[in-house]
Structures are given as C-alpha cells and as structure tokens.
Design a protein around this ligand. Sequence first.
Ligand SMILES: Cc1cc2nc3c(=O)[nH]c(=O)nc-3n(C[C@H](O)[C@H](O)[C@H](O)COP(=O)(O)OP(=O)(O)OC[C@H]3O[C@@H](n4cnc5c(N)ncnc54)[C@H](O)[C@@H]3O)c2cc1C
Ligand code: FES
Length: 233
Amino acid sequence: MGFSAPDIALPKAEPGQFFMFGVKNCEKDPLLKRPFCYFRRRGNTLEILYRVVGKMTSIMKGLRPGDEVEVLGPLGNVYPMAQAVCKTPLVIAGGVGIASVYPLIERFKGSAILFYGGRSKKEILLRKELRAISKKLVVATDDGSMGFKGTAVDAARDFLNGRNPDDFVLYSCGPNGMLKAASALGIQGYIASEEKMACGIGVCLGCAVKTKEGYKRACKDGPVFKTGEIIFD
Ligand SMILES: Cc1cc2nc3c(=O)[nH]c(=O)nc-3n(C[C@H](O)[C@H](O)[C@H](O)COP(=O)(O)OP(=O)(O)OC[C@H]3O[C@@H](n4cnc5c(N)ncnc54)[C@H](O)[C@@H]3O)c2cc1C
Ligand code: FES
C-alpha cells in the first residue's frame, strides 16, 4: 500500500524503522494503531507491505485511492550498516519480514546475499525486484514448492558450510522462531523483532523483550537488536 506522506517520506524513514498505522473513523475498533515496517519510498509515496491477518489489515485491504489514513512515525531504531563496509551482508527474511529488509538491501546496492523463506511459493513476493537489488537471492519454502526445501535459515546454514562466518554480517527479520535460529548461526549482526506493539512510542511497555541487560522495549530500544542480545525462551 502506498500513501502520500511528504513530511515522512522525504527523507526521514530509514531501513529498520516502522510506522504505527491507523484507519480514520475506526478509533474504537480496532482501538490501537498497528505497526508496519518502512518498506520503500517511491517519490513522495511511502509504501508498506502487509499480510491480511485480522481486523486492521482487513480494513486496510478495503481502502481505496483517496482514503485517508493515520500514520505515526518513523519510529524505532535503524539497522546499523557500518560493518557491511568490510563484510558481506547476509540477509535472512521470513514472510512479511521481507518488508523490513527490502530498503536495507536496496541501500547495499547489490552486495547483499538474501535468504528469503515462506511457507509456500504463494508467500514469496517481489522475486524479480529482489533479484535485481541483491548479489544473490536464495528462496526457501517449507513445502518445497519453490527453491530450497526448508527454512531460510536452513538454506543459509547450507551456504555457510565451509565458509567463515566472520566474513559476513547478519541482518534478519521474521517470526521469533526464525530470529532465534538465525542468531544461532554464529554470525554477528542484527535482528529485527516483530513483537506485538500497542503504543509504538515507548510508554505502555506492551512490547517488552527479554535481553541480556534486562527487559527492553521493542518499539523504542528496537526493533533492531544485536544478535545474542535477545533471550528467546
Ligand atoms: C515493528 C513491527 C513491524 C511490522 N511490520 C509488518 C509489515 O511490514 N507487514 C506486515 O504484514 N506485518 C507487520 N507487522 C505485524 C503487524 O503489525 C500485524 O500483523 C498487525 O498488527 C495485525 O493487525 P490486525 O488488526 O490485522 O490483526 P489482529 O486482529 O491484531 O491480529 C490477528 C492475528 O495476528 C496476530 N498478530 C498480531 N500482531 C502480530 C505480530 N506483531 N506478530 C505476530 N502475530 C501478530 C494476532 O495474535 C492474531 O492471531 C509488524 C509488527 C511489528 C511489531
Ligand atoms: S508498544 Fe508501548 S512501549 Fe512499546
């Protein structure tokens, strides 16, 4: 979905950040705005990429050109990119986690290796665009209907076999199980949490994640964390 937001789109949003997104005239149901990653900008248009899972996303699906939306953002921290100057960015995305890493891969200008997983072929989006902006794209599906049969992390583990993990810097976004597995690959880097959020601005503590330094707020201290920082139960 693209929406015109000149104040936000130019030039503020950075890879890793997100927006709290609400639909006008729906203040009571759903009551809370929902978080969506900064996906990309095209001119003055800011784009998000979303999967319909519940009330808000169903309403969003019914929006038509000209409808007004409420957007708070950009929020949260960004993917640090300094290490990628001397290391190869190895990106692992699961499902709509691809929205978070897409602008990052664009920034890397063809140097990133992307492992992108979904349950089946139907869930793999933007293949042509992703191939154009990545050094290498490896698609993985749980049911084997496209590319590698297994998870994106399994595919990355295969790729790393015989390679030095220190030559890479990890960037990953997807479900918690995937982030946990990606963190265990032994590559230093960053993961973006998709913890559920209520306020998005650090006041409700609804998005607490357990880290080695105690609880942190995914919306304010994250959503991007260093690998090894989050304690996955
Ligand atoms: C920082 C951040 C960035 C996100 N970016 C994107 C994005 O770019 N594209 C996208 O499609 N989604 C993204 N999400 C998830 C998105 O916010 C939820 O899918 C959305 O809130 C669902 O709203 P809903 O009213 O349609 O569904 P609800 O009725 O609120 O929920 C429907 C179902 O989805 C589950 N659910 C809700 N939120 C989450 C969540 N955060 N993680 C896992 N399950 C959830 C609920 O438990 C429920 O089972 C992001 C989440 C976070 C925290
Ligand atoms: S969502 Fe309220 S503190 Fe993070």
